[in-house]
Design a protein around this ligand. Structure first.
Ligand code: PLP
Length: 294
């Protein structure tokens, strides 16, 4: 059988005891700077930016945005001028993500949280000069790029595909790139007020071509970028046992959910899981030193 070099099988008895198997697709290994799903999500935005004939590309995000760091790097590689609107006042000292964006040549426009909410006005201000990439690399281009995550020979081996969910762009792409008899399970990093009716569900419904999926909202550990001791201990254990480093915002919750669901017999015997490691390890830089063993 063809073996994708980014696929690692997980030896933990947790899976074997439940009569299932689990592999992970290590997109974190694609590149040290722009690891993971962000690369896929940007691919078609980059093409469209070039085709637009505009001066460059611009996107939005917070001071810790993995998406903006990836975009800054990708634009430098392709010599496309790029800019970003950053939520919040300019800090006197840049954190590592802002520093990277700036080092890669991204022009940074800091706006207040109030101004940031006026996305339409901000877009209008920049749209003449820049091809605009929605926050998080969302939209049809991002989804099309993310669907290529599942394009490798032998992908039909898996019965369940598990991924982390922020905007849902990656998940929509994975649904579109999966086979109809596979089930895609998204683990939301964000806390929502209504797990049945929310923007994320509408977005996935609108842009995916199949209903072979489920989004789980009970593994957010308090919400976006919130952390709990239990999650950190799990992350250290996963690294110790399987040499898989994960981040506390997205993939830590994803792997935690995969183990937890397995223990609770969520997957039928004989299931073959593929856990998409979407990268994002640089997010761990904001943790206090010594918190993680990797
Ligand atoms: C950005 C990010 C996600 C979320 O991707 P969406 O397409 O916005 O849902 C998941 N995992 C990691 C590691 C990320 O950096």
């Amino acid at each position: 059988m063809y073996k994708n070099p980014l696929i690692q099988s997980i030896g933990s008895p947790t899976f074997a005891n439940a009569g299932i198997s689990a592999d992970t697709l290590r997109l974190d290994l694609i590149h040290p700077e722009i690891s993971g799903n962000k690369w896929y999500k940007l691919k078609y935005h980059l093409e469209r930016a070039v085709a637009s004939g505009k001066k460059g590309m611009l996107s939005f995000g917070g001071a810790y945005s993995n998406h903006l760091v990836a975009m800054a790097f990708a634009c430098r590689e392709k010599t496309i001028p790029c800019a970003a609107v950053i939520r919040g006042e300019e800090p006197p000292v840049y954190g590592p993500s802002l520093q990277q964006m700036s080092d890669y040549g991204m022009e940074l426009h800091f706006v207040s949280r109030e101004e940031y909410k006026q996305k339409e006005q901000l877009t209008a201000r920049f749209a003449n000069d820049y091809y605009i990439v929605p926050e998080g690399g969302a939209g049809i281009e991002g989804i099309k790029g993310a669907s290529e995550i599942m394009q490798f020979p032998g992908n039909d081996h898996y019965t369940h595909i598990l991924c982390s969910v922020g905007t849902g762009t990656t998940m929509a792409g994975i649904i579109n790139g999966s086979q109809k008899n596979q089930k895609v399970i998204g683990i939301s990093s964000l806390k929502v007020n209504d797990p049945v009716n929310n923007e994320l569900i509408s977005y996935i419904k609108e842009f995916s071509n199949s209903n072979n999926y489920e989004i789980l909202f009970n593994y957010h550990f308090g919400g976006y970028a919130k952390k709990r001791t239990e999650l950190i201990s799990f992350m250290n254990r996963l690294y110790r046992e399987e040499s898989i480093p994960v981040d506390f915002v997205y993939t830590g919750k994803l792997f935690y959910a995969a183990y937890d669901l397995t223990t609770k017999n969520y997957f039928p015997v004989g299931s073959r899981l593929l856990i998409i490691h979407s990268g994002g390890l640089q997010g761990n830089r904001s943790l206090e030193k010594g918190t993680l063993i990797f």
